[in-house]
Structures are given as structure tokens and as C-alpha cells.
Ligand binder design. Structure first.
Ligand code: NAD
Length: 475
């Protein structure tokens, strides 16, 4: 899409409208922000079933309970948390003032930035469009949202629902493909929150840099799960299996591969097989199991498996095949891959599907080295009981976040910052962390009538030297 394209002009008009209204109207007070959050809660709760149905239609099949839990409940919870905390988050903070500046005083004002852009992927389309939106409107910003083209029914529904609950200068949704995404990211937003792949994130960061737009990049990568020798594999197997199989593995923080102590590998494989068969006794027509989103991703996952098996990996089936899946549903049976090597695609690319490679290690140094010799992951999971090993993994690896003895759940904590590091992203979202990321925290120093500072003015002489001596001692 070039600059003359009418669609591009429409984007620019929508942006300019929001920016102008932001400039004309006073910063939104508490009541207006709360009202915007309330409207989002009503939208979320009143249209949950429509949202769930649209996402399911886009996926071929998306388990309704997963949508209720991971999209609706999570966002309703974020809105309520923001509503409860809003007064506290908006409050001006007092800051310490050094002695020689007294009786002057210091404080920090949290101000809205202006217009925030939100670009979202397809895998949790409601959560990943609305999560940043909650933070943005709580912080008093206007929001433009660009959802994914891979969920067209959902994106069209979101556009119409948002238009029903908000004026275009408050929140607006722009739909379209990668070209629209590209044009969208060239707008001079006051902040851009991009959630998606690392490859696209890189180009988004470059577009934003041209406008000096600050970006939060919520990207992907390969998140390891490390299983210590003392693990109760029967307890951890369902947790690991669900971490992988929510949304059929199409989750940015799903465990991408497992590093298991060599003494426990075969126990773990057996326990995973039992756990997955209990969780998903059937597959093809089981409403609890989500489909792969489209043929391209299904083919990509199939090619990853073929590439691995051609190079010597062994497939361990965890359930029966999904051959009886209804027409139009791309269900992929969950599998483990054993004997994997670094030259296989499965160990080089983010998997984003129900395939779990299992690698073994002899000692913890080896596992830590394995993680540290790759891009910094978005999440890391450690399972075990030995506090020394746990602390070594926590302190000697860097990842976006960690859950110990389970998968995924650090994400669901509103009071923990969520975000990647290095190739898995930068910046944070959720709760007060998200609010602050989308606010200008403005430092303000107020001088009083009486001040000692003129003693530091020229003409410099004895008074200045004396003051300098005193200050050197005080500081
Ligand atoms: P994607 O990067 O292909 O697309 C994400 C969004 O960017 C879409 O709306 C798309 O239209 C838009 N887009 C595409 N090309 C663009 C361009 N050149 N400029 C601007 N925008 C562009 O990602 P996806 O396939 O939709 O999602 C899967 C990826 O997202 C995985 O890598 C996953 O790990 C990651 N993800 C990360 C998080 C997180 O919180 N860190 C959450 C969910 C998904």
C-alpha cells in the first residue's frame, strides 16, 4: 500500500481525528476513564458468546471453554483490576528531594500519551487486542486497533462492537492484512503495542523508529521447560501437557521444547502419554480440542515433523489420530519428538502447534548452557524441588517470565509485568505495569520563594566554595 492509496488516507484520517480530539479535550478525568472501562466490561460480558463463535468459526474449531477462560474471563478480570486500581494508578507520586533543594519539592505526574496503536495476532484475538486496550484507556489514551487478517470473522465483529460502544475518537478498529499492518505501523503513534512474530516485530520496530514512536514488542520464540531429576512426573505431566495443548499449542508462551534430566526421560514420556489420553480421550470430534488455524500453519507443522523424522527424530504419538475431524477442521494430533537435533527445523523455529520435542541433559550446567546459547525465550518453565537448582535456573538464565512447577500462569497474574526480552520482545504489559508503559511519567520540581540555590550562582567566591564543601559531605 503506498502513500496515495485511499485506504492509507483513511488510516491517516482516523489517526488525525483521534490526535486532534486528544489535543482539544482536557486529559480524561477518573470518571471518564472509568466509564470507558465500564463500557469495555459490558462489551466483553454481553458479547462473549458472539466473540467465542466468531473465533471458533475462524479457527475451524476453537474450544469454547478455552475462549471463555483465556479471552473473556482474562479480559474481564483485567478490566475489573484496572477499575479497582485506577485512582491509585492515577495519583501523583511524591518523590524525595535532596536536602540542598529544600524547601523545594519533587513529584511525578502520570499523564496520558495521546494515541496508542495496538497490532495483534490471531492466536488469542480478543485477549491480545483488548489487553493493551485496557491499559491504554485506563491511562487516558485514545486507541487504534489492528487485529489479524487470519481471524476475519472475529476482526469484523470486533470492529462493529467497538463502533457500537465507543466513538471513533475513543477507540477505533482497522481491519486488513499485512499491508494494512505495515501502513498502520507507519502512523506517528504516541506509543505502539505490537504483538506478533519476531520477524514482523523487527520491521515494526524500524517503522516506529522513523517517527521516534516508542514500541512495546510482545514477540514469540522457543520457551523451554526444564525438568529436574527429582520431579514427580505424574504430577507435572498434565501441567506440561496442558501448557502445550491449550489452543492446540498455538500459544506464545506454550513450552516449545523440554529439557529433561536423562534419568527421567522415559518416565516423563510415559506420564505425558497417560496424561494426554486422559485429557483428550478422543481427538477429531472432541469439542475440547482446538483446530490448527489454517492450512498454511497445518502444512508448516506437518513439514516440521517430516523434516525432523527424515533427519532421524522419533515420533511418540500421544493420542489416536484426528482422522475423523469434521470437514473444514484442521486438527493435529499431539506428538512428542525424541532424538531431535539442532539442525532440525523443530529446534530452529518457534513451533506454535501440538508438537513437543524432548531433549535430555546430564547435569544442570548443560541445560542452562543450552538455553543461554539460544535467543532469550519469552517464558521458561522449571519443574523440580531442589531450591539450589531452581535458583540457579532463575538467576543464570534470562527469559521474559517464569512459572515454577507449572506452565503459562505467570501470564495470568495482573500484578506481574508480562513481556519478553531480546528476541522475544521488549517492554511490559498487564496491570499497573501496562498503565505506566502507556503513560508519560512526568517529573516535576517546584521551587519555593525561599531557596538556598542562589548561593551557587556567580560571581563565584567564598560562599560558593563553602557550599560546595558542604554539598560534597552531604551527598
Ligand atoms: P504476525 O507477526 O504474522 O502478525 C501479527 C500482526 O501483525 C497481524 O495483525 C498482521 O496483520 C500484522 N502484520 C503483518 N505484517 C506486518 C508488517 N510488515 N508490519 C506491520 N504489521 C504487520 O504474527 P501471527 O502469526 O499473527 O502471530 C503469531 C506470533 O505472535 C507468534 O510468533 C507468537 O509467539 C506471537 N505472539 C506473541 C505474544 C506475546 O504476548 N508475546 C502473544 C501471542 C502471539
Amino acid at each position: 500500500m503506498n502513500a496515495e492509496n485511499p485506504d492509507n488516507t483513511e488510516l491517516r484520517k482516523a489517526f488525525d481525528h483521534q490526535r486532534r480530539q486528544f489535543g482539544i479535550q482536557p486529559p480524561p478525568p477518573y470518571d471518564l476513564r472509568k466509564d470507558r472501562l465500564n463500557r469495555l466490561l459490558v462489551l466483553t460480558e454481553n458479547h462473549a458468546d458472539e466473540v467465542s463463535a466468531a473465533i471458533s468459526a475462524d479457527f475451524g474449531h476453537r474450544c469454547a471453554q478455552e475462549t471463555q477462560l483465556a479471552e473473556i474471563l482474562l479480559i474481564a478480570g483485567s478490566i475489573k483490576h484496572a477499575r479497582r486500581s485506577l485512582r491509585k494508578w492515577m495519583r501523583t507520586r511524591r518523590a524525595r528531594t535532596a536536602l540542598h533543594f529544600l524547601p523545594g519539592s519533587s513529584r511525578i505526574i502520570r499523564q496520558p500519551l495521546g494515541v496508542v496503536g495496538v497490532v495483534a495476532p490471531w492466536n488469542y484475538p480478543y485477549q491480545l487486542t483488548m489487553g493493551p486496550t485496557v491499559s491504554a484507556i485506563a491511562a487516558g489514551n485514545r486507541v487504534m486497533i489492528k487485529p489479524s487478517e487470519l481471524t476475519p470473522r472475529f476482526s469484523a465483529l470486533l470492529k462493529s462492537l467497538v463502533a457500537r460502544y465507543y466513538s471513533a475518537d475513543e477507540i477505533t478498529v482497522v481491519t486488513g492484512g499485512a499491508d494494512v499492518g505495515e501502513a498502520f505501523c507507519q502512523l506517528p503513534f504516541d506509543h505502539l503495542v505490537f504483538t506478533g512474530s519476531t520477524a514482523v516485530g523487527r520491521s515494526v520496530a524500524q517503522s516506529a523508529a522513523r517517527n521516534l514512536t516508542p514500541v512495546t514488542l510482545e514477540l514469540g520464540g522457543k520457551s523451554p521447560a526444564i525438568i529436574d531429576a527429582d520431579c514427580a512426573v505424574e504430577v507435572i505431566a498434565p501441567r506440561l501437557a496442558m501448557g502445550k495443548l491449550w489452543n492446540a499449542g498455538q500459544t506464545c508462551i506454550a513450552p516449545d521444547y523440554v529439557l529433561v534430566h536423562e534419568s527421567r526421560q522415559s518416565d516423563l514420556v510415559d506420564a505425558l502419554r497417560r496424561a494426554v489420553r486422559r485429557l483428550f480421550p478422543t481427538l477429531g470430534r472432541n469439542p475440547d480440542y482446538t483446530s490448527v488455524v489454517d492450512q498454511r500453519h497445518f502444512d508448516r507443522l506437518s513439514e516440521i515433523i517430516s523434516d525432523a523424522t527424515e533427519k532421524g527424530a522419533r515420533v511418540e504419538r500421544l493420542t489416536n489420530d484426528a482422522e475423523d475431524a469434521p470437514d473444514g477442521q484442521l486438527r493435529m494430533a499431539p506428538i512428542l519428538l525424541l532424538n531431535v537435533r539442532d539442525d532440525m527445523r523443530v529446534m530452529r523455529e518457534e513451533i506454535f502447534g501440538p508438537i513437543l520435542p524432548i531433549l535430555s541433559y546430564q547435569n544442570l550446567d548443560e541445560a542452562i548452557h543450552f538455553v543461554n546459547s539460544r535467543d532469550r525465550p519469552l517464558a521458561l518453565y522449571w519443574f523440580g524441588h531442589n531450591p539450589r537448582n531452581r535458583d540457579r535456573v532463575l538467576h543464570e538464565t534470562i527469559s521474559g517470565g517464569v512459572t515454577i512447577n507449572d506452565c503459562i500462569w505467570h501470564f495470568a497474574q495482573e500484578d506481574l509485568p508480562f513481556g519478553g526480552v531480546g528476541a522475544s520482545g521488549s517492554g511490559v504489559c498487564h496491570g499497573e505495569w501496562g498503565f505506566r508503559a502507556l503513560s508519560k511519567e512526568k517529573p516535576v520540581f517546584t521551587q519555593r520563594r525561599l531557596s538556598a540555590l542562589p548561593m551557587l550562582y556567580p560571581p563565584y567566591g567564598r560562599v560558593f566554595s563553602l557550599m560546595l564543601k558542604v554539598l560534597r559531605r552531604l551527598m
